[in-house]
Design a protein around this ligand. Structure first.
Ligand code: ZN
Length: 136
């Protein structure tokens, strides 16, 4: 189990713009890196095209997994957005969590988009710390 994940401010902003641009539909993607450090952010199309669910396009997901492997990185996180809330994993997210990685949930807090990180294992959810590094 991981207790934290570090991202650069640039990666954070890249994700934020993507989830904002996809709203009111849910957006999703993959985070590749090493250990607790994110090195690359990948967007994956939401095949469900829904405001309340996501399902990664299988072909894009496979292509991204191949790119991650080709770069010598590992999958360290999965992100998706909840344009209509909640600010934590939904029961469906918990039931469908298939990878032992940090799950980032983007949500709207008033006017601002924020994200929280969670570890989901065997139906249990615990929050993990997200560290935004100011410079690279
Ligand atoms: Zn969700």
């Amino acid at each position: 189990m991981r207790t934290g994940l570090s991202l650069s401010a640039r990666q954070w902003e890249k994700m934020r713009r993507h989830v904002t641009g996809c709203a009111p539909l849910e957006a999703c993607g993959l985070l590749a890196g090493k250990g607790c450090r994110v090195e690359s952010v990948f967007f994956v199309a939401n095949a469900a095209q829904s405001p309340v669910r996501f399902r990664m396009d299988p072909q894009e997901q496979l292509k991204t997994f191949n790119q991650i492997e080709a770069r010598g990185l590992e999958l360290v996180g999965i992100f998706h957005s909840h344009p209509a809330g909640p600010e934590r994993p939904s029961p469906t997210d918990v039931a469908e969590a298939a990878y032992p990685v940090v799950h980032l949930i983007w949500f709207v807090d008033g006017e601002a988009w924020r994200a929280r990180g969670f570890w989901i294992e065997a139906g249990r959810v615990s929050e993990v710390d997200l560290y935004i590094l100011r410079s690279e």
